[in-house]
Design a protein around this ligand. Structure first.
Ligand code: SR1
Ligand code: MG
Length: 409
């Protein structure tokens, strides 16, 4: 059997190809390694291979970008996203040490990278669906958010160096996906939407026919497209987090580009809300339910409040722009991020409920009545957050919004 040429032209690799690739292109495993390879990706875009040396108990992940998205051939997405992902992981590893996997190697021909295997962690969405709790998450994720968002902004960076990063991380294909799937299609009866039949009339009335909501979503869309504020992860949902009790690792930053900082914070909050609502509607009353929903409520509150606290601390220590030191400017800047955060939380709640790309926290609810209730609650919270975003300044307001709406349904 001949080994393929990995150095001349790009092709999408099979498990066998990846095993050969690792043997010939990477100097990672020992000479006597006994390699096995399995494709384990379950995301919407890429192929993820776990390569193991059973003899020496070592392993590595090979992640390859294909020319189209896994979820649908309709999305032609430049494999250059693999460069973006490997570069931003290295940068985030410096800004927020310990919160991203280590990248060992990037290959611009095969559009793949070799990275740390995090098999001792679990994907956070799965863990939350299994009702596991992670008390350190809010502390970990807010350090990651503040460090990666504030330290890549004009507040801290040399403005010319920041503009170089804006160029390096220009990401039109993946931005287009978010512009369409997050900010456009969920707000009208688009054929690509995937609406649970039980809630169709609710969606028509509450989302598609609400002109005020659509106007506010349009403002958020244009902010997303034009506000080159921070180098954002761009897809920071709980499926992009590997977790265990004492460790949080943010993965999959292929949607990264210079965009509004609130996009990442809002995505984290929205995806915690999905897990929370899942617990609220599916769990039987009792201690376990109280423990799980209480953990999520506390975490949502802490994500907002710790973000604010750490943002202020890092700003005071690291802000360099002369005008950014004008009294009142820090408060103005943070307030605009908080407003954007609430709006994005709302958009993510709506788009994951009615758009093309769903979350298992909702689709996995087997009882149709419970699922319909959960979806309506998520839509109503989303709508309320978009419309009231200018007033959403503290964690407790998110909890109160959720409580009020849960009571209504
Ligand atoms: C075509 S990709 C669909 C969704 O999956 C990714 O994780 C992003 O969230 C995107 O919107
Ligand atoms: Mg992803």
């Amino acid at each position: 059997m001949t080994v393929k040429d990995f150095r001349t032209a790009y092709f999408t690799m099979s498990e066998e190809d990846v095993t050969d690739y690792v043997k010939t292109e990477l100097n990672y495993f020992k000479e006597d390694a006994e390699l096995s390879c399995k494709e384990i990706g379950d995301g919407n875009l890429n192929y993820v291979f776990l390569v193991k040396d059973e003899r020496n108990n070592e392993s590595v992940i090979i992640k390859q970008a294909g020319p189209v998205a896994r979820i649908s051939d309709e999305f032609k997405v430049s494999p250059d996203r693999n460069r973006i992902e490997s570069e931003i992981l290295k940068l985030q590893g410096k800004l927020a040490e310990g919160f991203v996997p280590e990248v060992y190697h990037y290959d611009p021909v095969m559009n793949c990278m070799a990275m740390e295997d995090l098999s001792d962690h679990t994907i956070m969405r799965e863990a939350l669906i299994n009702k596991e709790t992670f008390p350190l998450f809010s502390d970990h994720i807010t350090t990651f958010l503040v460090n990666t968002l504030l330290l890549t902004s004009d507040v801290v960076m040399n403005h010319k160096e920041k503009k170089e990063l804006v160029k390096d991380f220009i990401n039109p294909d993946l931005c287009e996906i978010s512009e369409d799937l997050v900010f456009t299609e969920p707000f009208y009866n688009c054929t690509r939407n995937d609406v649970f039949p039980e809630i169709k009339s609710f969606v028509e009335r509450e989302i598609w026919n609400d002109e005020e909501l659509k106007l506010e979503a349009s403002k958020l869309k244009f902010d997303f497209m034009t506000n080159a504020q921070s180098l954002i992860h761009g897809d920071l949902h709980t499926g992009s987090v590997f977790i265990k009790p004492d460790s949080t690792k943010v993965i999959d930053p292929e949607f990264a580009f210079y965009g509004p900082a609130g996009y990442d914070v809002g995505n984290v909050i929205a995806n915690l809300i999905f897990a929370y609502i899942n617990g609220v509607v599916t769990m039987e009353e009792g201690d376990s339910k109280e423990h799980f929903t209480g953990f999520l409520e506390k975490t949502i509150i802490e994500v907002v409040d710790l973000f604010k606290e750490k943002f202020n601390t890092v700003w005071d220590k690291c802000a360099k722009d002369h005008m950014a030191e004008s009294p009142g400017f820090k408060e103005y800047y943070l307030n605009s991020i908080l407003e954007n955060t609430a709006g994005i939380t709302g958009c993510e709640l709506i788009r994951r409920t009615v758009g093309l790309a769903h979350v298992k926290d909702l689709t996995g609810i087997e009882n149709n009545e419970q699922r319909a209730r959960a979806e309506k609650v998520c839509l109503a919270i989303g709508k309320s957050l978009i419309l009231a975003r200018a007033n959403m300044k503290s964690g407790i307001q998110y909890a109160e919004t959720a409580h009020t709406i849960i009571e209504e349904f």
